[in-house]
Write a protein that binds this ligand. Structure first.
Ligand SMILES: Nc1nc2c(ncn2[C@@H]2O[C@H](COP(=O)(O)OP(=O)(O)O)[C@@H](O)[C@H]2O)c(=O)[nH]1
Ligand SMILES: [Mg+2]
Length: 389
């Protein structure tokens, strides 16, 4: 019998799994007579899939498939175990398990580079915003990164053209990879409240008691389509307890690795900072607590601004927010993206390398072109996964 069965879906759990039956149509139909509890109907048959003992493996659809190489596509619930059992049953009934990941949706003739196309479509399941989905779909299209790579296969690019695409790498990768933003400030500055608001759920405990947060709280969110990892931890204060001191060490370590620090300065702290030096000595937190590494950008924010009596922004703050009323939060979000990426919206229009390996490939291509080659070897090596140039 010349029937092959293969999984059309990725590994692991998902909403649905699909497998394809390819080969001679009448042979496929006779296999299905044993596999399905229902007789085949025209386009789609809702049915149980039966094992050798006639027990149901799962229920799902058997679709008569219009395009070769498949004759039929079976959909099941999303467990990899069901998929495995169904493939096993098809093999019992005479099919050959083909491990090849045949594409269910074939790429059109004017196809874009399949490698990049696959990377873009494959990552659709990972992103959590509509903006990032649109971005990936565009990168998979002829006008996206997949498209330029395809074009370069037949028309050698100029070095300037490659450099121009390479320059877009920071923004493109930002859509796929979280930057780490650490929230810092004195105790009760409102760090945990802000984290909860930005994430949209209560991840960090909030109380009026100083020293509430001790361990680091790490939470994922997205702003305007850019994924971000937010880190909240212990706040600075005079004579912290033993556990808090440990917590502060963790905050310092997190700051060292951060892409950005958002320092919250509540009105009470502002007053303290405005005291004369001689008055400060008695009670204040050491200034050294607020020294950040030079290479980590800092946004200084007046927090709890609903409690601030003046309307003028203090000179040492970039903006004012209230996590309670929501004032200034949109501005803060935009500012975070501006500082990290130079713009607050996911890029649209044109090719953007979106993986680290794209940037490495483009850097190699630039140096190949720079040394007088036409770049085809480098391009081919990248597309075939060879690590030579
Ligand atoms: N009025 C006002 N209170 C706030 C605001 N943000 C936080 N708080 C309150 O300040 C206290 C400390 O907040 P918390 O988020 O735990 O501060 P943290 O120690 O910096 O994490 C809590 O009672 C919060 O309800 C704000 O924007 N306005
Ligand atoms: Mg806290």
């Amino acid at each position: 019998m010349s029937i092959s069965v293969c999984s059309l879906s990725g590994p692991g759990t998902s909403a649905l799994h699909a497998l394809g039956l390819a080969g001679d149509r009448s042979q496929c139909e006779s296999l299905l007579q044993d596999l399905l509890s229902q007789p085949l109907k025209g386009g789609a048959t809702y049915t149980e899939f039966l094992d050798a003992a006639g027990q149901s493996i799962d229920d799902g659809l058997c679709l008569s498939w219009p395009d070769p190489p498949f004759q039929f596509v079976l959909t099941t619930h999303g467990s990899p175990l069901i998929l495995e059992e169904l493939i096993h049953r098809c093999v019992e009934l005479g099919a050959v398990h083909s491990a090849g990941s045949d594409q269910i949706f074939r790429v059109p003739e004017e196809a874009v580079a399949e490698k990049v196309l696959g990377q873009a479509l494959g990552r659709l399941t990972e992103v959590i915003s509509p903006e990032a989905c649109s971005f990936l779909l565009e990168q998979a299209s002829p006008s996206g990164f997949a498209g330029v790579v395809e074009k370069w296969k037949t028309q050698a690019p100029s070095i300037d053209e490659v450099r121009e695409v390479l320059d877009r790498g920071l923004l493109g990768r930002a859509v796929m990879k979280s930057s780490v933003v650490v929230l810092t400030g004195v105790t009760n500055a409102g760090k945990s409240t802000l984290l909860n608001v930005l994430v949209g759920e209560d991840r960090s405990i909030v109380t009026p008691e100083e020293g509430t947060t001790r361990d680091l709280v790490v939470a994922s969110t997205q702003i305007n389509g850019f994924p971000l990892t937010l880190v909240d931890g212990a706040g600075w204060r005079e004579s912290p307890g033993l556990i808090e001191e440990q917590g502060l060490l963790r905050v310092k370590e997190a700051i060292r690795k951060a892409d950005l620090v958002v320092e919250l300065i509540p009105p009470a702290r502002l007053e303290e900072m405005n005291l004369e030096d001689s008055q400060k000595e008695a009670s204040s937190i050491p200034e050294s607590a607020f020294v950040f590494p030079e290479d980590v950008p800092v946004i200084r924010v007046l927090s709890r601004c609903d409690e601030f009596l003046s309307t003028a922004l203090p000179p040492n703050c970039d903006l004012a927010i209230s996590a309670k009323t929501g004032e200034g939060l949109g501005l803060l979000e935009d500012q975070i993206l501006q500082v990290l990426y130079g713009q607050a919206t996911v890029p649209e229009g044109g090719p953007y390398p979106f993986l680290d390996e794209h940037v490495i490939f483009l850097e190699r291509l630039v140096s190949a072109l720079d040394s007088g080659e036409n770049g085809q070897v480098c391009l081919q090596d990248y597309l075939e996964g060879v690590n030579r140039c």
